[in-house]
Design a protein around this ligand. Structure first.
Ligand SMILES: *Cc1c(COP(=O)(O)O)cnc(C)c1O
Length: 221
C-alpha cells in the first residue's frame, strides 16, 4: 500500500465511524489523488474552482468532490453539474445562485453554511445572526435545488488549542440552535464540518461530523 493510503487508513482507525473524512487535495497532483482513490478513498476536497475542474476530468467519475473554498457566483455553473457538496456557502447571493443553476439541470446540491469563527479578518463566512435571517426566510425555505445539510468553519490559525476549542464549541452551539429553531424536521441538517490536520482531534471532541484533512494524508506542504 502507498503511504498516502496508509495515512488515510490510520486516520480512519483513529476517528469515530460517524465522522466523515474529506481528503483535501488542493495543490496535490492527480497521481496523489489516484493513490488515495486506489486505496478505496472517495471523498476529496478542493478549494479552487479552476484546479478542481482541471483535475476532475483526469480522475474517476465516482469521486465525491467537496468544494471547500470561496465560490464566486459567476463560477457556480461550472461546479454545480458534478460536485457532491459545497461546504463553503458564505452568502445569500451564492446560495441563490447555486439553487438557480441546480434547478436548470435538475440536480440538488448539498450545501453547508460557512461560519466565520476565527479571529482573522480574511476568512469568509456568516455570523449567526445572518444565518438566522437566511434560514428563516421564505425564499430559502422554497429553494428546491439546495439542501442545507449543516455548518462549516475554520478556527483561527494559532497554537492556542483552548482558543481553537472555544471556536469549535461556538460553531457546534450555532449548529444546535439552528437545528432546533429552523431545521428540527430536516434529517439531512446534521453535519458540522470542522477540523483540519492541526486541530481535528479537538474538533471531534467538540462535535465535528466532517473533518477536512490535507497535510496528514498527503504530507506537509
Ligand atoms: C487546506 C484546507 C484544509 C486542510 O488543511 P490541512 O491543514 O492541510 O489539513 C481544510 N479546510 C480548508 C477549507 C482548507 O482550505
Amino acid at each position: 500500500m502507498s503511504f498516502i493510503s496508509d495515512n488515510i487508513s490510520s486516520l480512519k482507525r483513529q476517528i469515530p465511524s460517524y465522522v466523515k473524512l474529506v481528503a483535501v487535495s488542493k495543490g496535490r497532483p492527480v497521481s496523489d489523488i489516484l493513490e488515495a482513490y486506489n486505496g478505496g478513498h472517495r471523498i476529496f476536497g478542493e478549494n479552487r474552482v479552476q484546479e478542481l475542474l482541471s483535475k476532475k476530468d483526469l480522475l474517476p467519475g465516482d469521486i465525491e468532490w467537496h468544494l471547500i473554498g470561496h465560490l464566486q457566483t459567476n463560477k457556480v455553473k461550472y461546479v454545480v453539474p458534478f460536485v457532491s457538496m459545497i461546504q463553503s456557502v458564505d452568502s445569500f447571493k451564492l446560495l441563490r445562485a447555486v439553487n438557480t443553476a441546480a434547478l436548470k439541470i435538475n440536480r440538488r446540491i448539498d450545501c453547508l453554511l460557512q461560519f466565520h469563527i476565527a479571529e482573522e479578518e480574511t476568512k469568509y463566512g456568516f455570523a449567526l445572526k445572518e444565518v438566522r435571517e437566511l434560514a428563516g426566510s421564505d425564499e430559502v425555505r422554497r429553494m428546491e435545488a439546495v439542501r442545507i445539510c449543516g455548518v462549516m468553519g475554520m478556527a483561527t490559525f494559532t497554537s492556542d488549542m483552548e482558543q481553537v476549542r472555544d471556536e469549535f464549541r461556538y460553531l457546534a452551539a450555532c449548529f444546535r440552535e439552528l437545528k432546533q429553531d429552523f431545521f428540527a424536521d430536516k434529517d439531512h441538517f446534521r453535519e458540522i464540518s470542522m477540523g483540519m490536520s492541526g486541530d481535528y482531534t479537538v474538533a471531534i471532541e467538540e462535535g465535528s461530523t466532517v473533518i477536512r484533512i490535507g497535510s496528514i494524508i498527503f504530507g506537509g506542504r
